[in-house]
Design a protein around this ligand. Structure first.
Ligand SMILES: [Zn+2]
Length: 328
């Protein structure tokens, strides 16, 4: 089934094998002695325990080629899962704080996106994310550094440690980005309360909510999300690994879809959470009993919620319809 991926952190696609290869070629020391030992450390109890390892893994990325190779490895896996459109998050502050130049990060990632169109038939673009555990001034400085590369990213997002860092902390930088014509998204309601989803919508004025699974606790919010067709980029295997839901069978994806919300399925940080797009779909469907009609709706939602033009969305939907017609 063709589909779009709208919630993928490119640094979270860095597989242990690639971390070790880059550590060796860049002469970077890492705290694990083998690929197996690193993989075994991927047992998380919450968002923060994951983020600690995630930032350690990103420390091997130094050169433009490293950023290119990381994105290329993801795009090849995405193409294999029939992802035809990807809007890829990247965290520049994770790299600029280590002395890596903004241009090295963006140029490397962007080159892989351009090649993906030609060589894999995947439409890929970039969304710059601000780290919410850092200050808004740091985010404003990051935006300033990225502006010379404005033509190489389509929007901005907000990620990292959610609880204690509400969306409204970033009101000024999001207003500035809106003025620049950038698309706006934010993580909200992953571990944080429904109030964070409200302020992401009403203060930051985002077009999509990343995660948003806590919204089911607030009936008024559910109504708002359904009425305004605000897409939620849900990541089931991430939610499972970070203990947002005790079991995949307890996931509320069906409740979100049946309430008429524009939910989508995505992989978040696939190298760390045990699966890329198709693995997220097949495990979630097996655990929750979603139907073929739900599958169609999820893929259709992913295209409708993407930041591409209307003609391209129609072309994607035609591809999807052709697959379902053949299947029937
Ligand atoms: Zn995420």
């Amino acid at each position: 089934m063709p589909k779009a991926e709208l919630h993928i952190h490119i640094e979270g696609s860095l597989e242990p094998e690639l971390i070790f290869a880059m550590a060796a070629r860049n002469g970077v020391a890492i705290a694990y002695s083998s690929v197996e030992e690193l993989r075994q450390a991927y047992a998380f109890s919450n968002l923060q325990s994951f983020l600690d390892i995630y930032y350690a893994g990103a420390s091997v990325l130094l050169h433009e080629q490293d950023f290119h190779d990381m994105a290329w490895a993801y795009l090849e896996r995405a193409a294999a899962d029939n992802v035809v459109h990807a809007e890829i998050f990247f965290d520049p502050q994770t790299h600029t704080a280590r002395g890596v130049d903004m241009g090295v990060v963006i140029n490397g990632l962007h080159r892989a996106c351009v090649e993906a169109k030609a060589r894999l038939g995947v439409d890929a673009s970039l969304i710059l994310c601000f780290l919410r555990h850092l200050s808004e001034d740091d985010a404003l400085e990051t935006l300033q550094q990225a502006l010379p590369y404005r033509d190489k990213f389509i929007g901005v997002g907000l990620d990292s440690s959610e609880v204690g860092h509400p969306p409204e902390k970033f009101a000024r930088v999001f207003e500035k980005c809106r003025g620049l014509g950038l698309h706006l998204v934010a993580h909200a309601g992953e571990e944080g309360p429904p109030a964070y989803v409200w302020t992401a919508l009403d203060v930051l004025k985002v077009e999509r909510i990343d995660h948003g699974v806590q919204s089911t606790k607030d009936p008024a919010l559910m109504k708002r999300l359904a009425q305004d067709r605000i897409a939620l980029t849900v990541c089931p295997l991430s939610n499972l690994k970070l203990c947002v839901f005790p079991q995949l069978a307890d996931h509320n994806i069906r409740e979100l879809l049946d309430a008429g919300l524009a939910a989508t399925i995505n992989s978040d940080d696939p190298a760390y959470f045990g699966g890329y797009m198709n693995e997220n779909f097949t495990q979630t469907f097996a655990a929750t009993g979603l139907t073929a009609a739900h599958a169609y709706q999820l893929a259709k939602n992913s295209f409708d919620a993407s930041f591409t033009d209307a003609a391209t969305k129609r072309r994607y939907t035609d591809m999807l319809d052709a697959v379902f017609t053949a299947f029937e």
